[in-house]
Design a protein around this ligand. Structure first.
Ligand code: ZN
Length: 292
């Protein structure tokens, strides 16, 4: 194995779980990330402003941000209306979420998992007609805060369904931080997505990545500084910190294309913007290669 592709999710997933910040700061964050060598950035989501006030200025932020031609930018959408906005804004990589847990899906999207899968099936032709691709992120793949364990066979059947409906890519999400190496092994030995989205809520984020690498997954989400949180545990850590992931992978001889010092600079900037200490060891201590 010689390379891993990291999608930087701080501007969307990260900021969506933080206190709102001004559009100026969001633009600065996207622009700074676009200069780190990262090749994929989840930039915004097109959701109803009442549901997610942090993303109310998505159109403005996206219009003002630098669109580095070497970076693929993506947007998350909750429904057809969101997809239309994302496509009109020029996005060609769209993500949509559905939960493996029926209870979690009803709380999040007010419909059953099967109803959401039907919605997604109807969305795929619309996205494809615009020349864009759709990634389906299956949330609570590794466990649900309401239902507990999720049967890997259920996740596998969802992957089969969305692939047969024409989805371009699948991802497994662990927003509530319940994945462990054992759970990653149990799920990935049955079905493998293109990308994994781990959180470090309970300290197993990087261990989960190492386990997933053994199963051939080569794409991971992470956020600078570990920006973000856990929706069911206020104050808990959120996404894997990108600089911790890059630091570990590069030491294993796995290229990420990301300039670690530049990335740490972005995390420092984000920490000032948010006014709180971010949960990243590499941000605190610096890289191992930075000598005192
Ligand atoms: Zn996340």
């Amino acid at each position: 194995m010689d390379a891993v592709s990291i999608r930087e999710v701080a501007p969307r997933d990260g900021l969506q779980n933080e206190k709102p910040i001004p559009a100026d700061d969001k633009v600065r964050l996207i622009d700074a990330l676009s200069r780190t060598g990262v090749r994929r950035i989840e930039a915004v989501s097109f959701v109803h402003p009442k549901a997610i006030p942090q993303m109310a200025d998505a159109d403005e932020v996206w219009t003002r941000a630098w669109h580095n031609p070497d970076v693929r930018y993506s947007a998350l959408i909750p429904n057809t209306r969101g997809a239309q906005r994302a496509l009109a804004a020029g996005f060609r990589e769209i993500e949509v979420v559905v939960s493996a847990s029926d209870t979690h899906n009803r709380r999040n999207l007010n419909r059953s998992t099967d109803e959401s899968l039907d919605d997604i099936a109807a969305l795929i032709p619309l996205v494809h007609e615009a020349g864009a691709t759709l990634e389906v992120i299956i949330a609570t793949s590794f466990g649900c805060p309401f239902e507990g364990d999720i049967d890997p066979a259920r996740v596998a059947s969802m992957v089969e369904r969305v692939r047969s409906d024409g989805a371009d890519r699948t991802a497994f999400g662990d927003t509530t931080g319940m994945a462990t190496p054992r759970r990653v092994k149990d799920l990935l030995s049955q079905v493998r997505p293109e990308l994994l989205h781990f959180h470090n809520t309970r300290g197993t984020g990087l261990a989960n990545v190492l386990t997933a690498l053994e199963f051939g997954v080569r794409e991971f989400d992470a956020s600078a500084g570990g920006i973000g949180g856990c929706p069911y545990a206020p104050g808990a850590s959120g996404n894997i910190a990108t600089e911790e992931l890059v630091h570990m992978l590069e030491d294993l001889g796995i290229a990420t294309g990301i300039d670690l010092e530049a990335l740490i600079g972005v995390a420092e900037m984000a920490e000032k913007m948010l006014g709180r200490t971010l949960p990243s060891g590499v941000l605190r201590a610096g890289p191992r290669t930075r000598l005192v």
